[in-house]
Design a binder for this molecule. Sequence first.
Ligand code: ATP
Ligand code: MG
Length: 293
Amino acid sequence: MKLADIAGRFRIDKPDKFRLSDHDSKETCGLDIGKSNAKDMLADGLKRLEAVQEKLYAQDQWSVLIVLQAMDAAGKDGVIKHVMTAINPQGCEVHPFKQPSDEELSHNFLWRAGRRLPGRGRVGIFNRSYYEDVLVVRVHPEYLASAQIPENLLGANIWKQRFESIRNFERNLARNGTCVLKFFLNISRDEQRKRLLDRLNDPTKHWKFSAGDLAERKLWPKYMEAYEDAIRSTSTDDAPWYVVPGDHKWFSRLVVAAAVVDALERLKLEYPDAGDAARERINEARKALEAEK
Ligand code: ATP
Ligand code: MG
């Protein structure tokens, strides 16, 4: 199995047919982390990611936006750390999206994301994103009230309208040279229980636990409905979703790396050509330095 096959396997190409229940959170495509097949692929993924990111940075034309969404304890942080090991920190920014500030709430829901987008040549990683505004806010409609939106704009169509706004936002990014890749780390409810318990049983992990985690966990079915609708409504060629099996951390890291490598290699990035005049200057500089000996 190749990295491109893994990427394709989990990309949502037929959003109309998408159902979360068809996706197994324990899937590993027959790979086994105890065996070299998986270890070699993980290493290969990072090596290719490193090579392609350097070209992205050098060419300074495209940018990459990686959106990570998941329930608590699904492993977003681990995925970010894994991907980052292959990326030159100078060419990458990570932004966590938490409860919005008063200033953020006083603007439209895409405003805070728009200010954090990666510039040309750069990779931006959104740890949560503007999708929270069709996920957590949909599950807790009372959050809409704090956004001070005029009441007559809060109709039943608000989620459809937000999906449309998101599609347009992402299309605009794509048309301006940003490769948008979106990942839902799909863990099972049972795996989340195990991981939250791990956090509680290990004092070095207590900082990761917040009381709200259990309250959100109780709303699991509502979140899954919201995720399903969001993924159905915003999987596009401009900005595909990948539904990543999340119960095995090593496998979710492999899938994300594979998808990023696959998308970037398709861009056929090249180191910039210096041009004739610059080549002449380079030759002169080389001669001058060699003559110093
Ligand atoms: P971990 O997986 O380690 O718990 P996290 O991403 O959940 O990390 P937290 O600081 O625990 O980080 O939580 C951030 C919280 O902010 C999440 O519960 C998320 O749903 C919430 N949030 C993000 N955007 C919004 C928004 N627009 N409106 C309301 N809540 C939001
Ligand atoms: Mg949390």
